[in-house]
Design a protein. Sequence first.
Lengths: 388, 388
Amino acid sequence: MKNRQIPKGLRDLLPDEVKVKREIEKKATKLFRSYGYEEVITPAFEFLEIIETGTGEKIREELFLFMDREGGILALRPEMTVSIARLAATHLQNADFPQRLFYVANVFRYVQPHVAQYREFWQVGVELLGASGVWADAEVITIAVKALRDIGLDDFKISLNQIGIFNSLLEESRMRDDEKKLIRTLVERKDLVELSRCLENLDIDDGLKEAIARLPVLHGGLEVLDQIPYLEKNKGASKAADELVKLHDALKICNVADNIVVDMGVLRGLDYYTGVVFEGYSPGLGYGLLGGGRYDNLLEQFGFPCPATGFALGVDRLSLVLGHEEEEPVPYLIGGENFRLIIKKAEELRKQGYIVQLDVEGHSKEVLEEKIKASKRKYRLIYIEERE
Amino acid sequence: MKNRQIPKGLRDLLPDEVKVKREIEKKATKLFRSYGYEEVITPAFEFLEIIETGTGEKIREELFLFMDREGGILALRPEMTVSIARLAATHLQNADFPQRLFYVANVFRYVQPHVAQYREFWQVGVELLGASGVWADAEVITIAVKALRDIGLDDFKISLNQIGIFNSLLEESRMRDDEKKLIRTLVERKDLVELSRCLENLDIDDGLKEAIARLPVLHGGLEVLDQIPYLEKNKGASKAADELVKLHDALKICNVADNIVVDMGVLRGLDYYTGVVFEGYSPGLGYGLLGGGRYDNLLEQFGFPCPATGFALGVDRLSLVLGHEEEEPVPYLIGGENFRLIIKKAEELRKQGYIVQLDVEGHSKEVLEEKIKASKRKYRLIYIEERE
């Protein structure tokens, strides 16, 4: 017998699992369409040079790479936003209005596999291209909240931040790039002990130190913004904070503020974000369900200066939370001795919308009844005794 | 500006192209479901060792290969049947009845790109596992015909063969393996000149030579079987021919015989086929639309002896033939000065099933009217002048 292993971190989806996945995709894409978003499809792999644009160092370490026979290095896509940006710069520079695009796609990362973390996983997401301002961000966050609601999740939060706050504070600190990177990682990890140890060793303003040290624990309503010392002294940070307040107000008008938590520790792992960032999670779960934000500089790198905002939702992770609920129709199983009559009956029933399986092996009625008894599934047996 | 090229042979699908693709998938999968088939999903890549099982030499030369960091060589899947066989051997050995599975998947081949020939392309297909006999083959061929009909193609044929005829004749000839391979290629290419030149040089029975030389031109009704000299002398070939006759009778009962042509030149490029093989094409087109057949020995190689039959349909190729037909609903575009009222109106309309785009940028009525005039698309504008 040949080996039948699959590579580490991959998996097969059997019919019941596929049904859950398809239900999630159907509900999400129905919602996206109702907001005027239209689907695009990009190739499963791109030149490495494209993928490297705007994605962070962490993702670059997780790429599946291979050589193009025509020269160049290829990478399986690790996420969709960069590919959509490339697509828009290639095909949509003359398109009108803001472009509303969505996708359903598999993406690939060389991660250490564990629960809800595969090396190939599925995302649905939207990108709103060509619109800046609070109402564009409010639209995609509203869609994110409604997607989780429509899919059937009732206990979830969207953590919201504006990375201008963190970035402006760090800019003022004049840290070295490697220091910035370390601080960012520690804030994201909410590693308070290591963070304050690191900050102590830095030669920066004490007020600034205190402000950065507090970021990981600041989450709740808009009042957390008042708890950042130094904020009003830093122009960039206070401008970003004002934007966050306006966005929060907009999300109230959109009737989704109940699901929003302001969280200064959300920075997102990708380099392309420039403003609002957000993550969706469910309190009982140890992993995020969706993530997104504004990326106003990414498309420019492909020759198409254009503000943009969007999010992606992890279909596999949601599948794990939800399971299969929908009531299944019971299929017919038709057997008998005369295939002309069997096929006629089957066609009639299929035309009425029923699922009909034929006993293509020509078993007797008794055998079919036994098979149904032994099966975990239900069938409605029709046995046609009649000959012609 | 960064390069925004995509690798040779790949492409982006824009909204209108995606709509055609999704319509085809929807119609095909609805049909598959009505016959009791259920969807499975396998990983986009597998160990090379798995892919090599049963696929032909040609496909092996067309693989996208890369190294697994854990060791082993990986290949992007070039087709789905081998992966489904592996899945069934892994997960379904204790499942009941014949298993009816379908898939919608992207597959990858390093081919020379030209019209309707990409390096990543999409297939929908069915596999009927665990059933032998004429009615199993008749079922999948019937589904193939109905899929093309449902999708909207009216001028197409399915070329049908039983490769037992060709294989048995070649077996008797006692050619060397390289000679067999060459003959097979020439028969498939219908290269009559080269084929007869090759056969002349072989030291085999003259009747056999004549039989093999005629195969490429034998297509039409079942009467072509009478035109194969030597057929009745070869046990394997005449048994295979009998099966073809029975299958043809079954396809009449299934009301699809009008679309069937018997064609002795159809051998299929894959090594795993063992019996009935078929290909779908439309007379005006220079490329095939679907292909399939019986592969009774493939699952055994993964430790699960099990007869099987199925087919795959090329979604991209069908998209090229069909184009986008469905009438599009005209979306609403809502603008105004008061976002509370705009969002309320938008929500009302979405609840009624309409597609609603918001003017997130807050343009004036005049600007929106101009934008709509300049657009190639239609919009129904609602501008809410009211303040609160």
